[in-house]
Every structure is written in C-alpha cells, then in structure tokens.
Design a protein around this ligand. Structure first.
Ligand SMILES: [Fe+2]
Ligand SMILES: [Fe+2]
Length: 236
C-alpha cells in the first residue's frame, strides 16, 4: 500500500470507472443500480466502484480505490480513533472512582503536565482504549492503533504496560497475576520507560477529584500524531 498521505487527484480522466455518485454529499444516500442505498462518499468528486465482488475489479478500479482510500485515511483515521474513545465517555465504572474514559484522559493529563512529548501524551490517551472491548489484549490493541505513528519505545510500552502493572499487584491473590512477570524483560531498552509510564501515569489516574483535561484539549495532538508520515514498523 502506498503513502496514505497521497491526496486523491482529479479522476475525471480515468478510464473504466463508473461515474455514479459524483455529486453525492455527506447527507445523501444515493441509490445504486438495483435501487439499494449506497453509503455517501466522503467527497463529492469521488467515484463509486459499482461491482459487487472484489474479484471483478480492474486495475484501474483498484488504482482509484487506492487513491481515494489514502485520502480517506489521512482525514478520517484520527477522527475515528477519537470517536472510539469518546464513545465511552458516559460508560459506568466497575469500581474505580472514574470510568475507563476518564482514566485515559487523566493518564494523558498527568503525562502532559509532567512534560512528556506529544506522542507520549497521545499514547497515554489511548493506552486503555481497548480495555473493555478486549481486556486481555488491550495493550496490543492500543499499540496497533498507534504503531504507524509513534516511536518503537511507545509501541513497546503500550504492548507491555499491563504486564508491568502486575508489580503493583503483589497483594492480589490471583493465580493469573505474577508481580514478577515484567522481570522477563529486565534489561530491555524500553523496560525503564514502561515501568515509569505505569508508575507515574497509569497507576495514578483513577482520581475523581483530579483536574483532568477534556478530550478537546488533546484533539489537536491526536490529529498531529496521526498526520505523521505512516511507518511500517512492526515491533515484536
Ligand atoms: Fe491498561
Ligand atoms: Fe490504564
């Protein structure tokens, strides 16, 4: 896949592409060939591919999709990540003073006020975005969300932060909790940073009285991080 930052060019002169829906706006639900409602295109000058099966697409149609998708990602990825997080704003808590949404904002606020760099603040904001949807893998969930845009240090931290939290659970009698599990990575280049993130921000972000910044405060940071040229780095 090419650079997602590539903006969709004027495709008026492409061949083999149906022009249905050229004037479609956000609110419109244009009918396709069989009268079925199609989702509106993001931009008025984009085109639909009207074939119902991917195997039937031509090279030209794939090229068009690629260009439109690159522009779509550039504009929509940060917005969708913010919507994921924002959807949990009014969720109930399972026992902490604050819900997971406020915990994420509070961790990010603590990181920001401690002078951490912007991508770290954004990593803190999203570090538990999957905490309820996929609890056992929520670190990997957050790491995957940001992997193309933040440093290896923060990808590794996101992936492993839940394991590093277990050192704080020495008094918990649960056969699945091993307070020493993080020792497997002692000496790893990102061990100290992950331990500091957990100790300084994650562990301290459950206070209802804390003056937590609102999501709107972090939105420009999120957009700037997702606007970085995407990398293909995969960290194991
Ligand atoms: Fe977590
Ligand atoms: Fe957390």
């Amino acid at each position: 896949m090419g650079d997602r930052r590539t903006r969709a060019p004027d495709m008026e002169h492409s061949s083999g592409i149906r022009l249905n829906g050229g004037d479609v706006g956000r609110a419109a639900m244009p009918a396709g060939d069989n009268g079925a409602e199609r989702s509106p295109l993001l931009r008025k000058d984009w085109r639909y591919i009207d074939k119902p099966e991917l195997d039937d697409l031509t090279a030209g149609e794939w090229a068009l999709l690629q260009k439109q998708r690159n522009a779509y990602y550039a504009e929509q990825q940060a917005l969708q990540a913010l919507r994921f997080l924002g959807a949990a704003e009014h969720d109930a808590s399972f026992g902490y003073q604050i819900n997971n949404y406020r915990h994420c904002l509070q961790a990010a606020t603590l990181a920001h006020r401690a002078g951490e760099d912007e991508e770290t603040v954004v990593a803190a904001l999203f570090h538990d975005i999957g905490f309820v949807a996929c609890p056992d893998s929520h670190g990997a969930f957050a790491a995957a969300l940001l992997a193309n845009y933040v440093s290896e240090k923060n990808i590794w931290m996101l992936r492993h932060h839940a394991i590093f939290q277990q050192v704080h659970l020495a008094g918990v009698h649960d056969h699945e909790v091993d307070p020493e599990e993080r020792e497997r990575w002692r000496g790893h280049p990102h061990f100290d940073w992950t331990a500091r993130f957990v100790d300084c921000y994650d562990q301290r972000a459950i206070c209802a009285r804390y003056d937590t910044a609102p999501l709107s405060f972090f939105e420009p940071m999120v957009h700037r991080v997702f606007a970085r040229p995407p990398r293909r780095l995969i960290v194991d």
